[in-house]
Design a protein around this ligand. Sequence first.
Ligand code: SF4
Length: 387
Amino acid sequence: QCAAHCPVGAIYEKDEIATFLAAAADPQKQVVVQIAPSIRVGLSESFGLPAGTVTTKKIYAALRRLGAKAVHDTNFGADLTIMEEGTELVTRLTKGGALPQMTSCCPAWVDYVQKYYPDLLDHVSSAKSPMQMVGAIEKTFYAEKMGMDPAKMYTVAIMPCTAKKYESDRDEHMYASGFRDVDLVLTTREFARLIKSQGIDFLSLAEEEADSPLGEYSGAGTIFGATGGVMEAAVRTAYHIVTGNELQNVEVDVVRGLSEIKKGTVDFDGTPVRVAVVHGLSHVKEVMDEIRAAKAEGKQAPYEFIEVMACRGGCIAGGGQPYGATDSLRKERSAGLYTDDKNSAVRRSHENESIQKLYETYLEKPMSHKAHHLLHTTYQEIPVYKA
Ligand code: SF4
């Protein structure tokens, strides 16, 4: 948020609205857009609506007015991430591997581990973020299904996050489809300015649906945008993978809310799974040092799974969202996502029928060879200068 606070206005945030408009106007390109979980509650404030108002279907409509040939939802990718990351966790629990496993969908957090805890990189899930998964599936499965040329497909992601711009070009794994998986990332603020610049009356737009099958998602995918949401979604599915049963109460209260470090134990039918959720990078050190110290003694820190989000409150208060997030606003934005989850007919990622079909017809099964190629990555140490 330096741009907002620079006293002389010398710092401007990177604005790529013109890049989007040029792509949408280019007859050689087919623009395909996805929107992140937290955009559906973040955009509303830019149009004078109360914080936390869910505007998902107006956003889909606005994207078509802006020239999108297809409109997808990153929530679909969140469900896919849970299938991959949940399976990875169960594999580590049953067959061995570094524990606790740590989430990987926040690029600012991944960058932090690469720089300051490279000795713990094997704890970070190899699953790509939902955004990158959607991009890779758009340029392979979706392109094949729709008869589109992936070389002409121009994939755009509307994200709450400035770090996502960097993630989309981080390394060769972000080109797993044979092309750049995500061509352009726009923040919520850029998206609001884009809509306004084109004279679209956002509030009057009639609601529209996203394009199938990459527009279908569960409530678990929606709550990814709030701190604890990835953990809660993962628990709903990992419980099913481990026990073969369904978690009766899908709301995992112990990981919700704004406490800096949330810890708890989830009972997988007799097997205790210890979890922790951290948000705000300033609190991560405490947990990372605990893991490092335990490792030095040949022990496992007292967790099986840890979620980390760099921004306080998670993506609902990300660096690309409307300025001026307070804890009161964070609570209202999160409440919008939890209500969206509550209103969803499907609330577990593994029950998303479009995800099930994607595995049946294309990926085979979670962590298959093909899934690994398209949906997973590796991490390297990033050297940090020390005086
Ligand atoms: Fe980006 Fe913040 Fe979300 Fe991390 S928590 S993905 S930095 S918006």
